[in-house]
Design a protein around this ligand. Structure first.
Ligand code: SAM
Length: 230
């Protein structure tokens, strides 16, 4: 089984539980609201969410673009997409597509349901699962083009003074929430490898864009970076 097949199998099996965590973790709704705001969207804009999972961000994005805008969620795991589809069924301008976030089924100048380009890309808790996170960020920056916005949010080890107990809990969550055949799960310190990937992705966004948001949330464990392309 390849890494991506294993991830799909894992998230597919745990879709309902993941959805509960994705919506009910203390502080997570505020983070999703901030991430959507950092996309700097205006009514009528188009936003693409990479690895949208069960769709917890999609209503926040819909709120930003309004009824005239377009929200597209992309994920490669069918059962989580079914959940995303159900929670956004009331909106006719929110679309969920099955596809690979590293080869998204959307084109810069050709977005289904709209005649404009893509104004923003959001990816929350996704880049740590990609082979080449910095490369994916490059592609997403190219996808939005000049004056577009890319926003990343990811859980990594806390650097706050109260970090040790928070990081111990974080390490356990990383092991439990990593697909069992993924290399990460068998490494002695999977959270360090995850940190490297997340650092690489956020650093690439800083290189490519002008920062519009740089924040930490949920006891310093979640990093939010937003960048506007010039
Ligand atoms: C930890 S979940 C995060 C879901 C959502 N972004 C959220 O904030 O709740 C990671 C999601 O990324 C998806 N994913 C991972 N790699 C992907 C890829 N290459 N293409 C599309 N989806 C991917 C998984 O299927 C899973 O739904």
């Amino acid at each position: 089984m390849t890494g991506s097949e294993s991830a799909q199998e894992f998230y597919g099996r745990w879709a309902r539980l993941y959805d509960l965590i994705a919506r009910r973790t203390p502080g997570i709704a505020r983070l999703r609201e901030r991430a959507a705001a950092a996309c700097r969207l205006e009514p009528g804009d188009t936003v693409v969410e990479m690895g949208c999972g069960t769709g917890a961000n999609l209503p926040f994005l819909r709120e930003q673009v309004g009824p005239e805008g377009t929200v597209i969620g992309i994920d490669f795991t069918r059962p989580v997409l079914e959940r995303a589809h159900a929670v956004t069924a009331e909106y006719d301008n929110v679309h969920v597509l099955q596809g690979d976030a590293t080869q998204p089924p959307v084109d810069r100048g050709d977005v289904p349901g709209t005649d404009s380009g893509i104004d923003a890309v959001l990816a929350t808790f996704v880049v740590g699962m990609l082979e080449d996170p910095a490369g994916a960020v490059d592609d997403w920056c190219d996808l939005v083009g000049s004056d577009g916005t890319v926003v990343l949010a990811n859980a990594a080890r806390s650097r706050e003074w109260y970090a040790p107990p928070v990081n111990a809990v974080f390490r356990a969550i990383v092991v439990l929430s990593t697909p069992p055949t993924a290399q990460l799960r068998y490494e002695t310190d999977p959270h360090l490898r995850l940190d490297e990937k997340i650092d690489a992705a956020h650093a690439r966004l800083h290189e490519r864009a002008v920062a519009v948001a740089d924040e930490t949330h949920i006891f310093g464990v979640v990093r939010l970076t937003g960048g506007r392309l010039e």
